[in-house]
Design a protein around this ligand. Structure first.
Ligand SMILES: O=C(O)[C@@H](CO)OP(=O)(O)O
Ligand SMILES: [Mn+2]
Ligand SMILES: [Mn+2]
Length: 511
């Protein structure tokens, strides 16, 4: 009996448990420490495997941690997609970034007019939103085009990399500027302000005032600025380095954003753009990779084509899907899983669950999981819905706080929610494919240079569990291949729905 002969087909649920990675039990593995009877039983009782969700398997550079964007994009596309970070790195390696005609034109104009270039981005090597080394290539280009005044507006991290590492990355920025022979650190601000994506414009405006107008706390040194944060690198207050002189953006200056990932920089980019226009300053603005901004900001590196994925196949087959997540991950089950495509197909319904007030992930690790679960149960009970796609955000979102106890609670809340969803699936004759999008909560510390383990809220390179629960428990279920990647999810989902994988998909059905 071949695997495919045993897989009966019908409606199902694709459940993404965000940040659900697998690592051996350890005292910093929140998933192993949590009491999770449902998740434990899932992987022992039903066909399961571990899927690669990081590095080359999903279209990242080898050894790079996975992230929610590429994770959901690959889950949807059914193939690894060369991610923006990889495309930027290629453009650096083959010299096409620093010689890009669009960049060259802007730098020439800036130099000829005696104007300043402002480089804005996250300074770390977390490689989820940015890589500080990319800045080095832009500085080299600026030097080649003889731009004399180059200001670096650094955003400090502490989330994708260990906290309290900002001084080391800022030292690297200074080295890169020295090496290129141009550029100086002008301003500093934590990503909590500059990279808010939840519409908290009060945070964004602090970054705008800092970069556009040089308004922030004066700091005589980097260390002084970083030390002014009581909440680590993410929340370094808006600071102007007094050593840099006047750093405000003037009419005719140029701005280049060097984050490659859009989601957390686009709010700032839009607000800065609008503020400059409103104050009569016309600037050339470019971004390293394409941003989803209201403002049309030309990019230096184009996106990979992600069409022909699950959404297109579902639409072609006339299969109805309902996408459900809370605000933090809503774009992931819609826009990203659909290949960064904003169109909503006729057979698609989107359910965005929002909470009240500002979320406090440590005090309320349950977030809005009850309401997400209720929406999943409701959709699962509808006979006209072929596929429910839901993201349970808690494990990842809470793990980002680096708070072990809260993350354990998030894992336990998720476990209970999965239990309810499995019951509903069984009652409604639905199969469930549960999968992580990248690791996070299974590793809550990182070793500091002095050898001590420090709390760490970032993603990991660990594989993620992938489990298939058949619609009927009595159904014979084949075991899954030992090797799998996120690219296999869409082909497997289509197979379970009774369809062939899409022709653009290189992942394989696991059944
Ligand atoms: O919060 C974010 O922006 C990143 C980490 O920087 O996480 P994710 O990829 O899960 O969105
Ligand atoms: Mn994620
Ligand atoms: Mn995350």
């Amino acid at each position: 009996m071949s695997a495919s002969e045993t897989a009966s087909t019908g409606p199902g649920i694709l459940l993404v448990l965000d940040g659900w990675g697998r690592a051996p039990a350890a005292d910093d593995n929140a998933l192993a420490l949590a009491h999770t009877p449902v998740l434990d039983e899932l992987v022992t009782r039903f066909p399961s495997t571990l899927a690669d969700a990081s590095g080359e398997a999903v279209g990242l550079l080898a050894g790079t941690v996975g992230n929610s964007e590429i994770g959901h994009m690959v889950i949807g596309a059914g193939r690894p997609l060369p991610y923006d970070s990889l495309l930027v790195q290629r453009a650096i390696d083959n010299g096409t970034l620093r010689t890009h005609p669009r960049l060259s034109a802007v730098l020439d104009r800036t130099a000829a007019a005696g104007r300043a270039l402002h480089l804005i981005g996250l300074c770390s090597d977390g490689q989820i939103h940015a890589h500080v080394e990319h800045l080095g290539d832009l500085l080299t280009a600026a030097a080649t085009h003889q731009v004399k005044r180059v200001f670096i507006h650094a955003i400090t991290d502490g989330r994708d990399v260990a906290d309290h590492t900002a001084p080391a990355y800022l030292a690297r920025v200074a080295e890169l500027a020295d090496r290129a022979g141009t550029g100086r650190l002008a301003t500093l601000i934590g990503r909590g302000y500059a990279m808010d994506k939840a519409g908290n414009l009060d945070l964004t405006e602090q970054a705008v005032a800092l970069v556009a107008d040089g308004r922030g706390m004066p700091a005589d040194s980097l260390d002084q600025a970083v030390a002014a944060s009581g909440r680590g690198d993410e929340w370094v207050p808006a600071s102007v380095l007094t050593t840099a002189g006047s750093t405000a953006i003037a009419d005719g200056d140029a701005v280049v954003w060097f984050n490659f990932r859009s989601d957390r920089i686009q709010q700032f980019a839009d607000r800065l753009y609008e503020h400059l226009v409103a104050t009569g300053r016309s600037v050339d603005m470019l971004s390293l990779a394409q941003y989803d901004t209201r403002a049309a900001i030309p990019a230096l590196v184009e996106r990979a084509d992600a069409s022909g994925g699950l959404a297109d196949e579902l639409a072609a087959a006339g299969l109805r899907s309902v996408r459900i997540a809370e605000a933090e991950k809503f774009e992931h089950v819609t826009y990203y899983i659909n290949g960064r495509d904003t169109s909503v197909r006729a057979v698609e319904e989107h359910v965005r669950i929002t909470g009240e007030g500002k979320p406090d992930y440590i005090a309320r690790p349950q977030m809005n999981l009850d309401r997400v679960t209720a929406a999943v149960l409701q959709a699962a009970g509808r006979a006209d819905v072929d596929l429910v796609v839901a993201n349970l955000a808690n494990i990842d979102v809470v793990a980002h706080t680096g708070h072990l106890a809260a993350t354990i609670t998030a894992c336990e809340a998720t476990d209970a929610a999965v239990g309810r969803i499995l019951d509903a699936a069984r009652d409604n004759g639905r199969w469930v494919l549960a999968v992580g999008d990248h690791g996070n909560a299974e590793k809550m510390t990182k070793r500091a240079p002095d050898g001590t383990a420090r709390p760490y809220g970032g993603h990991t390179t660990n594989p993620v569990p992938l489990v298939i629960v058949p619609a009927q428990e009595s159904q014979p279920v084949p075991s899954l291949p030992e090797q799998a990647t996120l690219a296999d999810v869409a082909p497997t989902v289509l197979r379970l729905l009774g369809h062939k994988p899409g022709s653009a998909m290189t992942g394989r059905p696991l059944l």
